[in-house]
Design a protein around this ligand. Structure first.
Ligand code: ZN
Ligand code: ZN
Length: 409
């Protein structure tokens, strides 16, 4: 790959994504397969004034071997030092950058029950850390880099090095790193997202009603004082950052008990290294009362049965069908990209910041206000080119929000 382009991308992540501050520590979580790029980010972060860059390596193959061979009780344990690793750096005000890149079918031979058990243990132990991030107490950013096994799934039937190069190009285009002036391109992008947010926030919609030919017919009530968010976030210390790169979505929280009807998935979901395909959910008063999946039913069942909150929604996000990631016409099998190509919902925890004053409320206060809590937050996609969304404004006016898959605002 072109070294300048890669450097542009690293600089975007460090300066726009996490917006590193002088003397700030940066914690990078990265697969070992992406070591070259993790080193480039490390160098860039030091050039931009980071105090120390700390690497938290992970490896798909080692994780899979653990799931295949380790005794069951291993999946009920989580080392205290690993929890303290995150909490102690968070306490120092570190920024957290994660590279999301994995083989979408890595775990297809692994018992999904073992994975669900291990993920639940980790989620419980890391809840304080993930709550910190979801409340914007620390700056964080999720981005991606190709790995050979992932690229082969996205672009099957061509030599692996060509598949990796194609995936690199798709990623760099979707994050605007190949733009003449990527930093300026992000400024323009943030402004255009903000215009949409402002309109939706002014409407203070009571509910939205989503329909398409796939079979989605879902009415979602929105909590009083909800806030539509998108583009950049502001940390507790007032630092602007971008939590996902790419990001094309505008999102808020549904009212926990106010979701009724059926939603049908429009893309496969890569969950814990297994693919869940052709699935649907039926909701009554916010709760999932029925679900189906042609592939990956057991993984989906484990997800929904994680805890009380994993039967309710935590996010509704709008992404126009005509948008940069969607127009690449690539199924990435990676939620970071697929969720930015399609309208989506998330099962599980809602972002407290999507309610006015939510970041300083207790869990109980948030639940009372309709903001869901759970150990999980998993996005799935339902956007299609024929998607229609209507809304009802605070003063009782009907409004067209989406027509033919795109904003009608
Ligand atoms: Zn989202
Ligand atoms: Zn989400």
């Amino acid at each position: 790959m072109d070294k300048n382009l890669l450097k542009n991308y690293a600089r975007l992540l460090v300066k726009i994504g996490i917006n590193i501050q002088p003397n700030q520590t940066l914690v990078i979580s990265s697969p070992v397969d992406c070591a070259d790029f993790a080193r480039l980010i490390t160098e860039t972060a030091y050039e931009e004034g980071a105090r120390e860059v700390v690497l938290n390596w992970n490896d798909d193959i080692v994780s899979k071997l653990r799931y295949l061979y380790a005794p069951d009780e291993v999946f009920d344990q989580f080392p205290e030092w690993r929890k303290q690793f995150y909490l102690s750096y968070a306490e120092q005000g570190a920024a957290f950058l994660s590279i999301s890149a994995s083989d979408p079918e890595l775990m297809k031979d692994v018992d999904p029950g073992r994975i669900a058990r291990a993920k639940k243990t980790a989620s419980i132990e890391l809840k304080e850390h993930s709550d910190n991030l979801m409340n914007n107490r620390n700056v964080w950013c999720v981005a991606s880099v190709p790995t050979p096994s992932w690229a082969a799934k996205v672009f099957p039937g061509i030599p692996q090095d060509q598949a990796v190069e194609k995936l690199w190009n798709a990623i760099l285009t979707s994050v605007r790193a190949d733009d003449q002036d990527p930093v300026e391109a992000w400024k323009i992008h943030k402004t255009s997202l903000k215009q949409k947010l402002d309109k939706l926030n002014d409407m203070q919609l009571q509910w939205i009603h989503i329909r398409n030919k796939l079979g989605t017919d879902l009415k979602i009530e929105l909590p009083e004082d909800h806030i539509w968010l998108g583009g950049s976030d502001i940390s507790e210390d007032g630092i602007e950052f971008i939590a996902n790169m790419p990001t094309e979505e505008i999102f808020t929280s549904p009212a926990r008990n106010g979701v009724n009807g059926r939603v049908v998935s429009s893309m496969p979901l890569n969950y814990n290294g297994s693919l869940i395909e052709d699935f649907s959910f039926t909701f009554k008063d916010g709760e999932i009362v029925d679900f189906s999946a042609k592939k990956g039913y057991d993984s989906l069942k484990h997800l929904i049965e994680t805890d009380e909150g994993s039967r309710f929604l935590g996010e509704v996000a709008l992404v126009p069908y005509d948008s940069p990631v969607s127009n690449l016409n690539i199924l990435f099998y990676n939620t970071l990209f697929d969720e930015n190509a399609s309208c989506h919902l998330a099962i599980g925890k809602a972002y407290p910041v999507s309610l006015r004053g939510g970041e300083s409320m207790t869990r109980e206060e948030l639940l009372d206000a309709g903001i869901n809590d759970s150990l999980v937050h998993v996005d799935f996609m339902f956007g299609t080119p024929d998607l229609e969304i209507d809304g009802l404004t605070k003063d009782g006016q009907r409004a067209a929000i989406f027509r033919k898959g795109n904003f009608a605002l």
